[in-house]
Design a protein around this ligand. Structure first.
Ligand code: CTP
Ligand code: MG
Length: 170
């Protein structure tokens, strides 16, 4: 199955930690199209797990997203974007530059996210935080159109995610 999006889109990945956002982004998009909150954390603190750097990291993320959109470049935001206020900022940037906001929701079961999180070498997030993210993501799915996302692609299990063949840009 293909994902069809406009040529000039702001693609917002939405998913709990360990849902597989970065893995999917790498498979579907060019490296330079992906702006990741972890990479931004690393750039401002030398540590992509440094939560104290969150505010500065997101300022950098928004700056890079805005610069790319102003320059007419498709951009993918690789962050959890589980909270409505995180998404609102991105939708506003897309609107400012007449770019289509598109959501790709990885609404995977808690069990999978928690298992993957446990096995990760780079980061292990407390179970409660993952559970909280999973709940937020489930809730988010219903209202994304009202939030301003023009297209919403939601996947509820890994099989559905694996079935995404490619992103077709219209
Ligand atoms: N993973 C996996 N099979 C997949 C997708 C991911 O085994 N189909 C594993 C990855 O190898 C990684 C972990 O699950 O060890 C988390 O995947 P990642 O793509 O990094 O998840 P993110 O959603 O990006 O997590 P975070 O929010 O923490 O960046
Ligand atoms: Mg990631």
């Amino acid at each position: 199955m293909d994902i069809k999006i406009p040529k000039l889109s702001l693609v917002v990945l939405i998913g709990a930690s360990s849902a597989g956002k970065s893995t999917l982004a790498r498979r579907l998009f060019k490296d330079t199209e992906i702006i990741s909150s972890d990479a931004c954390r690393a750039m401002v603190s030398d540590d992509e797990n440094n939560m104290d750097a969150t505010k500065d990291a997101f300022e950098l993320l928004h700056f890079m997203v805005e610069t790319r959109l102003r320059r007419g470049l498709l951009t993918v935001v690789d962050a959890t974007s589980a909270r409505i206020e995180d998404r609102a900022k991105l939708v506003a940037l897309a609107k400012k530059y007449y770019v289509m906001p598109v959501a790709i929701v990885l609404n995977l079961p808690l069990k999978i996210c928690a298992e993957r999180n446990r096995e990760r070498a780079d980061r292990n997030i407390p179970f409660e935080i993952i559970a909280n993210f999973v709940t937020l993501v489930k809730r988010a799915g219903r209202n994304l159109k009202e939030e301003g996302f023009k297209r919403v692609f939601e996947y509820r299990n890994q099989e559905q995610v694996d079935n995404i063949q490619r992103v077709f840009r219209e």
